[in-house]
Structures are given as C-alpha cells and as structure tokens.
Design a protein around this ligand. Sequence first.
Ligand code: AMP
Length: 344
Amino acid sequence: MTRIGIIGGGQLGMFICQAAKDFGIKTSIFSKEKDFSAKKFCDSFFIGDFKDENILNEFIESADYFTIETENIPFEFLNSIHKKKKVYPEPKIVRICQNRLIEKEFLNSINGVKTANFFSINKFTDFNASIKKLNYKGILKTCEFGYDGKGQYKIFDKNINQIKKLNLNNFILEEFLDFKLEISVIVCKGKNKIISYPVVRNIHESSILRETIYPADISDKTKEKATKLALRIAEEMNLYGILAIEMFVMKNDDILINELAPRPHNSGHWTLDFCETSQFQNLIHTIINGSPKSPKPTGNCKMINVIGNDFLNKDDLKEKYKFYDYLKEEIKPFRKMGHYTFRN
Ligand code: AMP
C-alpha cells in the first residue's frame, strides 16, 4: 500500500489525509504541536522537534513519498528526507517560497513576471533610506516565518518610531500597492501533465483571507493573463507537485505577483465541493502518478473562512451551509477555525 508522509498537521494536512484515505493511501504526519487538526485522520503521527534525528528517521521510514502543508520548515529537515525519499515539491522550491526576498528575486528573474518594488532590510539605516524612496508608503515584512499578516508593519507616514524598536534583521520593505483586487491561481504539475485551477478572487481582512469567490469578477483577458503567468512560474520552477500563486490586479489591469505557496492553499478550499477534482486529490494524483486530473469547476461558489470567535456561530453555519470544522483545541483571535462553502 502506498504511503504519504506530510510535514505539518493543520487543516491542510487534515484535508490531504482525507483525500488520501479515499484513494486507499496511508498517511503519516510530522507535527511540532501535540494537538493538531489532522490527528484523527492520519494513520500514524510523529510529534517532536525538527532537530530530533530519531523522530526524523522514524518519520522517513513511515512513508514512500513526502509532501508539506506549510512552507515554514527548516530546509535541512526537508533535505534530509529528500536524500532518502522524494519530497514534493522539492526542498529547493520550498526554499524559494519560504523567504520573501529570495522569492521576489526569483520572480523578477522570469521574463514578463513582476512584483511590487522591494528593498532588503537588515538594519534601521537600510529602512530609513528605502522608505524615503517609497515616499513613506510601504509594508515591512519579516523575510521568513510570517503568515496571515504576522510580522508585518504598514507604514503610511513619517511616523516610524515603532520601526526603530525592531531588530531589523532579515526583513523586506515593499512598496504599498494601491491595487484593484486580489486573485490567486493554483497549479499542479507532474511529469506528464500540468493543470491550473480557474482564477478566484480573494478578499482579505486584517491581512487574513476572509473570502474566496469563484469565478473572479475580472475580464477574460485578465484571467488569461493570470493563468499564463501562473503556468510560466510553475514551469520556470520545474515544479513537481502543487503551487499556489497569489496576485494583485492593479487599477490598469497589470498583474503583480504577491507570493507563492508550494502546498495546497486556503483559496483552493472551494475545490473540495465545486470542482471535479479537489486541490488535495490533485496533489495526491500528481505525487503518485505524475498526472493531475480535471480541475473543472462544477458551479459558482463562495468560500468564507471562520476566524476566531466567528466559530461560536458554528451550529448556525452547520445548518445553513457546508461547514468544515478544523477541530482546533482553542479559539484564538485571527485563528482560522473552519470554513464554509455555498453555491453562489
Ligand atoms: P502576504 O502575507 O504578503 O500575502 O500579505 C497579506 C495581505 O496583505 C495581502 O493579501 C494583501 O492584502 C496585503 N498586502 C501584502 N503586501 C502588500 C503590498 N505590497 N501592498 C499592499 N497590500 C499588501
């Protein structure tokens, strides 16, 4: 029986385990946390630190192929697995996506691909010189380990006292973009085939995804442009696995890439209910036989994230919509607790 090891046991890991079970594939999870969403759905799990070699070796023994559900994993850990078995996407791809500076440099090296202007920041004087060039309108982000707006500071004027207090090592300063809207495209690529899911529109609140809408309310020309960009990035990366590409559509319909995620993505949760093959099933098809299947949508829909205390209304949500509970131990502000989907 085929076995897939997943690094990380959050909701994405949980959905990968569920999809694997439907195909008769066994799953094992490596988790840093004691309690995690995928616990009830995997066949075995390993809880520990990324530095614990014994657990790492047991985990490597537990599966034939490996994948990730977060990019925040030390490169050395992924590489140790990849030396013995295969990790999809490969560690060198994850390396690009886990560091905002490396990611932006990679993206801008591709002909026809653009991002916001950016500066590498390692001390306050770097910041001071760069924010002047941006007319004091920027967004300062940690290069690594930031997600859902964590480690981000918006700057709108010359009042930069809060920045002076930070230890500015390994940061990136981006120009603050006055975009029209945000979209994303998910690509799956194996040795035999590449597919892309249709473009969706994403609405964020406090830098956290709140809503995904299919189809995105943008022109066919812009959709085509976004899809071509996503496929080109996946080809340039030599992707084997899944990649989500978040983009900004500017007021003149220009597209700038925001960031890449080498794993299933929150903006693809709608594919569980409204596509012929979900992003999780397609990750597995790609890993196992190199051929993702049809991503064709089966209806217009919306996905809404249940964040923090929204979860207290879960019974109401269960009655009205298809509701997914991420089975988290504790409600925390800004924590993704679940999502619901409905036909639009
Ligand atoms: P990120 O973690 O980089 O994806 O940022 C989270 C959210 O913050 C994005 O989805 C945008 O809504 C907003 N954001 C990020 N970067 C910028 C930018 N350079 N200009 C304006 N808004 C941004």
